[in-house]
Design a protein around this ligand. Structure first.
Ligand code: UDP
Length: 237
């Protein structure tokens, strides 16, 4: 592993929106391509990379309206698998070996999630993309990120956001919002800050997994964080 690297094994949480850029929906070649270029740089530094991808660019569980909640949530999980395929395609086009693992079995297109296999892939320098969330309704892909990070013993979760850090309020609405360089899990929970949902935040807290919350509009941030630069907000105990 390269000496300039701060973390050996990372879990990158990409929301669906991160792949859509300004368009908010769908997947855009330039947007996903720029992110994958940076992921490639990180892999070339000798870092083991796992990715949990969301699905909000295709389907939001919140659209529930008349639809039964669990049906809507399963549609959300399927959306994350579409994004997983897009990421796999984009990374492999750049010569990086990947494996897509889903929490809902789809053997024709992906491996089922098997922790030991995932770790083996990572050790062999393959990127493992986890899609399908945790495979259960009423959860989010943030929780999947926290859970998979704990299972694969990731050193950190990089939480890619459309905003560049954690703030006390939405800086677009509240001009007095304070930007945090560091914050604790408990502060996030107590102040109900919109970083990750409370289930995911608690899971990270219980398992002492640090988070770096950063802006994905500059994909170079991924490389900078790996090299130890202070970017975004560090969440820890
Ligand atoms: N979802 C779910 N269980 C999971 C993960 C996701 O039910 O374990 C559903 C849920 O409806 C969610 C949607 O899939 O709203 C898309 O995931 P998420 O909102 O976390 O994606 P992101 O906001 O990261 O794009």
């Amino acid at each position: 592993m390269d000496e300039q690297v701060k973390y050996k094994r990372i879990l990158l949480k990409l929301s669906g929106e991160a792949l859509a850029g300004d368009k908010k929906t769908g997947v855009y070649a330039e947007v996903i391509g720029n992110i994958c270029d940076k992921i490639k740089e990180v892999v070339e530094l000798g870092v083991e990379v796992a990715i949990v991808v969301g699905g909000g660019n295709f389907w939001r569980g919140k659209y529930g309206h008349e639809m039964e909640r669990t049906t809507s949530d399963y549609m959300g999980m399927l959306a994350t698998i579409m994004n997983g395929l897009a990421l796999q395609d984009c990374l492999e086009a750049r010569g990086i070996p990947t494996r897509l693992q889903t929490s809902i079995e789809m053997r024709e297109i992906a491996e089922p999630f098997i922790k030991r296999k995932a770790i083996k892939h990572l050790e062999k320098g393959r990127i493992v993309i986890f899609a399908g969330g945790i495979g259960e309704p009423y959860f989010t892909t943030d929780t999947a990120g926290a859970l998979r990070a704990a299972e694969i013993e990731a050193d950190v979760i990089l939480v890619a956001k459309t905003i560049d850090a954690v703030y006390s309020a939405d800086p677009k609405i509240d001009k007095s919002a304070v930007r945090y360089d560091e914050i604790t899990y408990l502060d996030i929970l107590n102040q109900d800050l919109k970083v990750m949902d409370s289930t995911a935040t608690s899971l990270c807290r219980d398992n002492k997994i640090p988070l770096v919350v950063f802006g994905i509009s500059e994909p170079e941030n991924i490389v900078k964080i790996i090299k130890g630069e202070k970017i975004g907000t560090l969440v820890k105990e």
